[in-house]
Ligand binder design. Structure first.
Ligand SMILES: *Cc1c(COP(=O)(O)O)cnc(C)c1O
Length: 203
């Protein structure tokens, strides 16, 4: 997650071998993708995507982690017609139930299937979540376990229509617990930049 640093520092990460980079604001992703256009980077859109920013963002994105409403997913499906391949998307789940968080409630996920099947330009690759803001390490681990169990259940319900191989979970403070519970992608930000005097970009 490069949202804390500017393009020059981001470039250092690329030179160190990080090729999967994430941003949480569309505008920052556009700017960094332009600044690093000559680099071999796969951009991950991690934060909430407003519908009016879909068109400009999609062509830049390798994986959208924040599929957080059916309305947004429908909009993305329509815009993805202009892309060469289906867009890889994760469904964001509000696994902890925090009212401030985006994402589907766990109970919404099963009924969502019927709607997603008609969105042919989306490749639903898995689920994304954050642990609760209030909880301790043990609670974070329970949240991650709950996401994995939800994924396992949806897989059987959805009969392989969506493989749901990816679990995007874990940040600087809790990635060990996430990995222990089956994360396939962790989203590490601040831990990469400790001691770096370069926080021009705002999260
Ligand atoms: C900023 C952010 C991260 C990275 O968080 P750190 O605690 O800095 O590692 C991960 N996921 C999301 C959704 C974020 O917004």
């Amino acid at each position: 997650m490069t949202k804390y640093v500017d393009a020059a520092t981001t470039r250092l990460l690329v030179e160190a071998g990080c090729r999967d980079l994430g941003e949480s604001r569309p505008q920052s992703l556009w700017d960094k993708a332009a600044a690093l256009a000559n680099c071999d980077v796969r951009w991950h859109m991690i934060g909430h995507l407003q519908r009016n920013k879909v068109r400009r963002t999609l062509p830049l994105v390798h994986l959208l982690h924040s599929g957080d409403s059916l309305r947004l997913l429908s909009e993305i499906d329509a815009e993805a017609a202009a892309l060469a391949a289906p867009l890889s998307v994760l469904l964001e789940v509000n696994i902890s139930g925090d009212s401030s968080k985006h994402g589907f409630a766990p109970t919404e996920m099963e009924p969502l299937l019927a709607h997603l099947q008609s969105l042919r330009r989306l490749d639903i690759r898995g689920l994304m979540a954050m642990a609760g803001l209030e909880g301790d390490a043990a609670q974070a681990r329970r949240d991650f376990a709950a996401l994995r169990e939800l994924r396992d259940r949806l897989r059987t319900v959805w009969h392989g229509r969506f493989a749901l191989d990816e679990l995007s979970m874990g940040m600087s403070g809790d990635f060990e617990a996430a990995i222990a519970e089956g994360a396939t992608i962790v989203r590490i930000g601040s831990a990469l930049f400790e001691g770096v005097d370069n926080t021009h970009a705002s999260p």
